[in-house]
Write a protein that binds this ligand. Structure first.
Ligand code: ZN
Ligand code: ZN
Length: 168
């Protein structure tokens, strides 16, 4: 887990701090599948800007995730570019304007980074944009073995009979 101590910054209003940080990313669960960040540690650029009413945090990095294609389960790789922004009010009376990633003067970079990657992910992770997926009738990989079944066999009852026949 990576966190960044805000205590040592002591920025005054209008001042900005910018530095390179390294973030440790955790594996993701997405659509019931597990995706691993490779590498686990990514270089990021952190910008902290002090405003009179609070602090603005900006985080930029790119990450690469490895995991199964959501259509055919082959290995898929997805690159995401993260450009995230958080505002944390100095005044503790308004919960809405407090960033959940600021805890005890620590900026929780791993938690923020993970959530930011999740938001940057495409709707579907595919091994190739035109992945044909698995055949809904017989379950074979349509990328390896493109085929169609005759229309009548798409009826689930026929499919059941078909698989019975295969087993005989
Ligand atoms: Zn695929
Ligand atoms: Zn099929």
């Amino acid at each position: 887990m990576t966190s960044f101590s805000l205590r040592r910054l002591r920025l005054r209003s209008g001042e900005q701090f910018r530095d390179g940080v390294e973030i440790e990313l955790e594996p993701f669960e997405f659509g019931g599948q597990r995706y691993l960040p490779v590498p686990e540690r990514v270089p990021a650029e952190l910008t902290v800007t002090q405003a009179s009413t609070g602090t603005v945090f900006e985080l930029r990095f790119s990450a690469r995730l490895h995991g199964p294609c959501m259509r055919c389960l082959a290995d898929a790789v997805v690159d995401v570019a993260v450009d995230a922004r958080e505002y944390h009010a100095a005044d503790a009376t308004s919960d809405e304007l407090r960033s959940e990633y600021v805890v005890d003067d620590q900026l929780e970079l791993s938690a923020w980074g993970r959530d930011a990657v999740a938001l940057a992910l495409p709707d579907q992770i595919l091994h190739a944009p035109d992945c044909a997926g698995l055949c809904p009738v017989c379950g074979k990989d349509l990328n390896v073995e493109p085929h169609e079944h005759e229309e009548e066999r798409t009826d689930p009852r026929w499919a059941a009979l078909e698989s019975l026949k295969d087993r005989l």
